[in-house]
Design a protein around this ligand. Structure first.
Ligand code: HEM
Length: 515
């Protein structure tokens, strides 16, 4: 049998997918569809893709210095290889897509149970400890079952508005903390390493919703248990990248795997204890015949859709998703507003016109603050905190552009490159919230997949609404309270990638109280 005839069924399936995919994508591949591939006309394959060799990748990462700038490497590689290219590095063999239409094609073919990427080290840890798999490790219908249990109370703004009072409490603590820090500084204005403070805010904010408990992250003396919790989250996220790179045999000589396990053990045990404490509280109330009121954890416990093991893991994973993401976005927002007086003044006028006299905004007020939302959108366009997302094809072969890919292809969706593309957003490196204002002549025309910081579809970020609420409340109240300025002799802070896109240096800002 010739190679061509052996591949025939695959091409037939490919043609079927091509029709599905291209039917709504005029720019890419439409002309090829009209030439509908006969059995002799083939789609190209992964082997036909351009891309750097292993040696070139090593050179880029370790000689040219892109190891912590993989977001910038997306932009450079797109310039060199076009909108789709292949990279191979160690165990990784990845197809990068850096055009919104191609990202849309991948997403449209992601199937019912999309998978981002394999996390073999997380799975191994959970197997070792006999824990449930949870949202990040489970796949197929099992992932969907867990996700469906977590979605309610998280996905709609009206639903998450139930969390508004507790978020406001945490924002009040943040304002108090910043006030203390600024008054302690030499010029009685400067808060140094704002991202570090906002990290504690992110941790406290999401924990107060998930555990229905205040952890004291924003206090001067952070309780020891909370410190251990914060350290474990940081260690796990950092080591998670490292352990993947080293082969298994190195575990006997290098400390990374043991430290990774320790971090997970610490993290899991604190989360478990906090949840168990809540369970006891609820049980006591029920025994006394008292009304049980609560938020997300109480809802999950009462819905009984997850086993206790699944609940421990799910809450822990939600925490991991919610800590660094909102805090980094807020850090960048304050960084840019401090350097753009006009934008800051416009935001201040909007917030004070809707909520005069430092009134705390409600979710209804937020509906009348388009500029506030535009600021956050613009920041997430400039600094998508997840600069590159993933999709691993599991159920289907897929066609992207004019290439056919088998099952188990790992795609890397280059969000950073698309949202900084001048074909989508003129002056892409400029902070310009006006480009998001509906009905304004400054509104940009762009592909709907060119800036998708939370992802799209069934696997998109489950915490999007909570994140938005936290960021809107925090930013509006900070702007009500302070004029924010850069420190004297300010330095430009560039982003760097450490899985997430984060500031590469400290952000130091001056907070000048408003009358
Ligand atoms: C600025 C804030 C945030 C951004 C930009 C962000 C972004 C993302 C992105 C891009 C994904 C991957 C989506 C996909 O694969 O299509 C994701 C997944 C996820 N996020 Fe967020 N996120 C943010 C805040 C949060 C918060 C506050 C939480 C917790 C409440 C959270 C929990 C999660 C979880 C659990 C997942 C995995 C969902 C799944 O696999 O089914 N995120 N996020």
């Amino acid at each position: 049998m010739s190679a061509a005839s052996a591949l025939k069924p695959a091409w037939r399936r490919a043609r079927f997918w091509a029709q599905k995919v291209y039917s709504t994508s005029p720019k890419f591949g439409a002309s090829d569809l009209q030439m509908a591939p006969s059995s002799s006309e083939k789609f190209r394959t992964i082997d036909d893709l351009p891309g750097p060799s292993l040696a070139t990748t090593v050179y880029w990462l370790f000689v040219k210095g892109y190891a912590d700038k993989s977001h910038a490497m997306q932009v450079e590689h797109r310039r060199l290889y076009g909108s789709i290219w292949r990279s191979r590095f160690g165990p990784f063999d990845i197809v990068n897509v850096a055009h919104p239409e191609l990202i849309a094609q991948v997403i449209r073919q992601e199937g019912r149970y999309p998978v981002r990427t394999d996390l073999p080290h997380w799975k191994e840890y959970r197997n070792m400890r006999g824990q449930a798999y949870g949202l990040h490790v489970d796949t197929g219908p099992e992932w969907y079952r867990i996700r469906s249990a977590l979605n309610p109370k998280m996905l709609k703004l009206q639903e998450v508005s139930a969390f508004a009072p507790v978020i406001h409490q945490v924002v009040t603590d943040l304002l108090r903390r910043l006030e203390t820090l600024r008054l302690r500084s030499l010029d009685q204005a400067t808060v140094r390493d704002l991202a570090g403070e906002l990290y504690k805010f992110g941790f406290e904010g999401i924990s107060s919703i998930l555990f229905e408990t205040r952890l004291g992250c924003l206090e001067d003396q952070i309780p020891a248990d909370t410190q251990r919790f914060i350290a474990a989250v940081g260690a796990m996220l950092t080591l998670s990248e490292t352990v993947l790179f080293f082969p298994r045999w190195t575990r006997r000589v290098l400390p990374f795997w043991a430290n990774f396990v320790q971090a997970w053990d610490d993290l899991y045990s604190v989360a478990q204890r906090l949840i168990d404490r809540k369970v006891e509280e609820i049980a006591e109330k029920v025994m006394k015949g008292e009304q049980v009121e609560g938020m997300y954890l109480t809802y999950l416990l009462s819905s009984s859709k997850l086993s206790m093991g699944e609940l421990y893991i799910s809450i822990t994973e939600l925490l991991l998703g919610g800590v660094d993401t909102t805090s980094n976005t807020l850090s960048w927002a304050l960084y840019h507003l401090s350097r753009d007086e006009l934008a800051q003044e416009r935001l201040y006028r909007e917030v004070t016109s809707v909520c005069p006299g430092k009134q705390q905004p409600t979710t209804e007020h937020l509906n009348r603050m388009p500029y506030l939302k535009a600021v956050i959108k613009e920041i997430l366009r400039l600094y998508p905190v997840v600069p590159g997302n993933g999709r691993l094809t599991v159920d289907n072969e897929v066609i992207v552009d004019n290439y056919w890919f088998p099952k188990k292809t790992q795609f890397h969706l280059c969000h950073y490159a698309t949202s900084r593309d001048d074909a989508e957003f003129p002056e892409p490196d400029r902070f310009f919230p006006e480009r998001w204002l509906r009905g304004s002549p400054t509104r940009s025309q762009h592909h709907p997949y060119s800036s998708i910081p939370f992802g799209v579809g069934v696997r998109a970020c489950v915490g999007k609404r909570v994140a938005e609420l936290e960021m809107y409340f925090a930013l509006s109240r900070l702007i009500q309270a302070y004029q924010i300025r850069p420190e004297d002799n300010p330095v430009t802070v560039e982003p760097k990638t450490r899985t997430l896109l984060i500031p590469s240096g400290p952000i130091n800002l001056r907070f000048l109280p408003r009358a």
